[in-house]
Design a protein around this ligand. Structure first.
Ligand SMILES: Cc1cc2nc3c(=O)[nH]c(=O)nc-3n(C[C@H](O)[C@H](O)[C@H](O)COP(=O)(O)OP(=O)(O)OC[C@H]3O[C@@H](n4cnc5c(N)ncnc54)[C@H](O)[C@@H]3O)c2cc1C
Length: 401
């Protein structure tokens, strides 16, 4: 009982800090969004608050927060600035997922933990390429790793590299070109910011999540020793990070999206409470506005419930009902669609002035859309559900007595 209470105090303290940070980030977000600049000062604040090591295991000097605490914090931070929260998500999930899957060599995991705890160094994957699209589609990267004496020489270009302005560890996928590798193999390599041949090209100019610094990573003949090969797999074989990586990623993105949609809802409610067109009744009295406000709360509450359900199922590793990974897919798809609807409704409640750049609500409307393009993508998530329902052996019915 005592330890339960202690844990919740810790979580409430973290939430209070997250609220303070979100408030600060919200004030800075307008300018960063307009200019498409990276919020370096937000990451200084996150480092100062100890938020860059939240998911690092305690054995490595971190806080080892649970999946559900992580999700609550993401939601709060995203209500201030979706870009900062999404970028932080990419870093924190490395440790959350890896705590369970152990897919990286131990010395690299130790080093990433040390970097996060001691230096505030950030990690993320660089997997997407313009030609390849989402690596979740199972395609082969164009980025090529050629075996050379004592190591590898890597050449290619990665797009959507979130956090690239300050990343230290770029966990990069490449097609392996070496004797005896047919069918083709994909390797995951540790590329470090200071490696000769590494360059960031500032290509990120999007309508959504504009301050995530998701620029191109350009690798020109980058030479790395053998020890930088983190893992390798034959094309078509499962990602070695397995379900843990997918779960932390998909639910982290979902919680971030809920936070942005909640900010849109809160803005619309504040507006509806205070707006009284001259000579008219306050808009909160109109039935259409009231129905929209209620609808936003239904959608947000449903999203949160689905995310919590999936997180609990994953953490409990129970076998009752729908498998945890399918619940993760359901939560992600439902949340992103619901949150897009919430932001749309919020814009309608606010009316014509919602379009003005000086109001944050148009940013929320753009930012929620990014969830559509982070895995699991809708078509693939639905196919995962259909495959279990239609192509796999049904689970035998339980006896009723
Ligand atoms: C804000 C943001 C940050 C990101 N950060 C990162 C990052 O840090 N690192 C990183 O590596 N990536 C990152 N990404 C990239 C992301 O993970 C996707 O790889 C990227 O958005 C491309 O996805 P896509 O669906 O357009 O790709 P594509 O695979 O080109 O898909 C295009 C369309 O075809 C459909 N499609 C393609 N293949 C299939 C299939 N097999 N079955 C069904 N439908 C299919 C897709 O559903 C989609 O509609 C980020 C994306 C965003 C939006």
């Amino acid at each position: 009982m005592r330890s339960r209470r202690l844990r919740s105090v810790e979580e409430s303290e973290l939430l209070a800090t997250a609220r303070e940070l979100a408030e600060r980030f919200g004030r800075r977000a307008v300018a960063h969004d307009r200019e498409g600049t990276f919020p370096f000062e937000n990451f200084d604040d996150l480092k100062e608050a100890g938020f860059l090591k939240l998911t690092v295991p305690k054995s490595h000097g971190g806080d080892e927060i649970s999946l559900s605490t992580f999700l609550r914090l993401q939601e709060v931070l995203a209500a201030g600035d979706g870009s900062t929260a999404l970028a932080l998500n990419m870093h924190l999930i490395r440790f959350g997922g890896e705590r369970e899957s152990h897919s990286y060599p131990k010395h690299w995991f130790d080093e990433m933990c040390r970097g996060a705890v001691e230096d505030g160094w950030l990690s993320n994957t660089a997997a997407t390429e313009e030609g390849l699209g989402s690596p979740a589609g199972g395609g082969i990267p164009e980025t090529l790793a050629v075996a050379v004496e004592g190591g590898w020489q890597i050449t290619g270009r990665k797009s959507f590299t979130t956090l690239s302005p300050i990343l230290h560890y770029f966990i990069t996928s490449a097609r392996i070109s070496a004797a005896g590798t047919a069918p083709p193999e994909i390797g995951t390599f540790m590329i470090l910011r200071d490696d000769p041949g590494v360059r960031i090209e500032e290509t990120w100019d999007s309508m959504s999540m504009r301050s995530t610094g998701s620029h191109d990573l350009v690798l020109k003949g980058v030479r790395v020793p053998d020890g930088r090969l983190m893992n390798r797999r034959t094309v078509g074989k499962a990602d070695p990070r397995g379900g843990a990586g997918q779960t932390w990623f998909a639910l982290g993105v979902s919680a971030t999206t809920i936070g942005v949609a909640q900010a849109a809802r809160d803005y619309a409610i504040e507006f509806a409470r205070t707006r009284t067109p001259l000579g008219n009744a306050p808009i909160r009295e109109y039935p259409g506005v009231r129905a929209r406000v209620a609808r936003m709360d239904v959608l947000l509450q449903r999203s949160r419930a689905l995310v919590n359900d999936a997180a609990q199922a994953w953490t409990a590793k129970g076998e009752e009902g729908m498998p945890a990974l399918d619940r993760v897919a359901v939560a992600k798809v439902e949340t992103m669609n619901a949150c897009i609807e919430v932001a749309d409704i919020a814009m309608r409640v606010v009316g014509g002035v919602s379009l003005l750049k000086k109001r944050p609500i148009e940013r929320y409307y753009r930012d929620v859309r990014a969830a559509l393009h982070n895995p699991p993508l809708e078509d693939r998530a639905l196919e995962q559900l259909a495959r279990r329902a239609l192509d796999q052996q049904p689970t035998p019915a339980r006896p009723t007595e």
